[in-house]
Structures are given as C-alpha cells and as structure tokens.
Design a protein. Structure first.
Length: 187
C-alpha cells in the first residue's frame, strides 16, 4: 500500500502540484481512508521526502555501479550515465519532475538530507570528467564543474520533453547527447 500511495501521489503531484494536492485527494483516488495514509506517512511533506529519497537514492545506486566498473573508459561511463538518465524517464520521469519542481516544498531539515545526495551525483560526474581529463580522454583545459553542470542540464531537462515512446529511441537521444558533449571535450 505504501508504494501505491507513493505512485498515486507522484501522478497527482505532477498533474496538480504538491501544494494543490490534498491528502484527501490522494486517499480518494486510491479508495482508502486517511488512516491508511497516516499509517505510512506522518504528513504530506514526509511523503514528498520519501519520493525525493527514493528518486535520488536510485540514481546514485545506478551511477555508482557504472562508475565502479574499472573495465570501462571514462567516455563509456559518461555514455552509460547519460543513457541511464534518459532510460529512467520511462520509469522515473514523473518522480524526476517532482524532484526538481517540488523540492521547494521541503523544510530546511529535509532539504539538508536531500541536497547532499543530489550534490554527490554531480560530484561523481565531475570526478569522472576530471579523470577523463587527467588520462587524456577529454581536453585538459576545460572547467570540469561547468562541463558537469552542462551535461546534467541537458539530461535533466529531457524529463520535460522526451517521450520514451516517441520516434527517437532512448539510445539515440543518449548517443546524440554524448556525441555533442564529446565533440566539445574529447582530445
């Protein structure tokens, strides 16, 4: 039931926004009582926090798996991370929209738990770029922080427009993005 509440809430938050969606809206859409909601969550903000943690923890786990594969080059790892972010649009796209759009509705205490995880994802990407610069795969004179923000900006905005069931496949989008990125940063 907890996963059903989370899934339905993501859909409602995406459609109506966090502030405009009430706990009553959530329970009515599931045909359960508020008691059921409060059994799993103490508040709507705790539910939002669960959505945020679920999203960022899943991304970090996938990213770590890619980064820890020592048989792959930095270029391959970069592609795999971009591809992972694009393919996750199908399964995590709504959660991503909620993550980026509704973070403002979390208290400072809860943000203090989410922001370091979000930053870790970025730092991991930046370290990958630096490693590629150091080993000669990427141009050494670039600013790795700005390159990382650019890559994340390109991929994260895809959640707003990319249709996984559209004419262009996830792999094609990832290949286009990485080719565009690498043509600008490879040696």
């Amino acid at each position: 039931m907890k996963e059903k509440i989370i899934g339905q809430s993501i859909r409602l938050f995406e459609k109506k926004g966090f502030s405009e969606t009430s706990i009553q809206d959530i329970v009515d859409s599931l045909g359960v009582t508020k008691g059921t909601f409060y059994y799993y969550f103490s508040s709507k903000e705790e539910l939002l926090m669960d959505i945020h943690l679920g999203y960022i923890n899943e991304l970090l786990a996938q990213q770590e798996k890619i980064l820890n594969d020592e048989t792959k080059t930095c270029k391959v790892k970069l592609f795999e991370i971009v591809y992972m972010l694009i393919t996750d649009i199908k399964s995590l796209g709504l959660a991503a929209k909620i993550f980026f759009r509704e973070m403002k509705n979390l208290s400072q205490e809860r943000l203090d738990l989410i922001v370091p995880k979000r930053d870790q994802f970025r730092y991991n990407m930046e370290d990958l770029i630096k490693m590629g610069m150091n080993n000669g795969e990427f141009r050494p004179e670039l600013n790795p922080s700005i390159i990382t923000f650019g890559i994340l900006g390109i991929t994260n905005w895809s959640y707003q427009w990319f249709n996984p069931d559209g004419a262009v496949s996830e792999r094609e989008v990832a290949e286009i993005f990485v080719e565009m990125i690498l043509q600008g940063i490879q040696s």
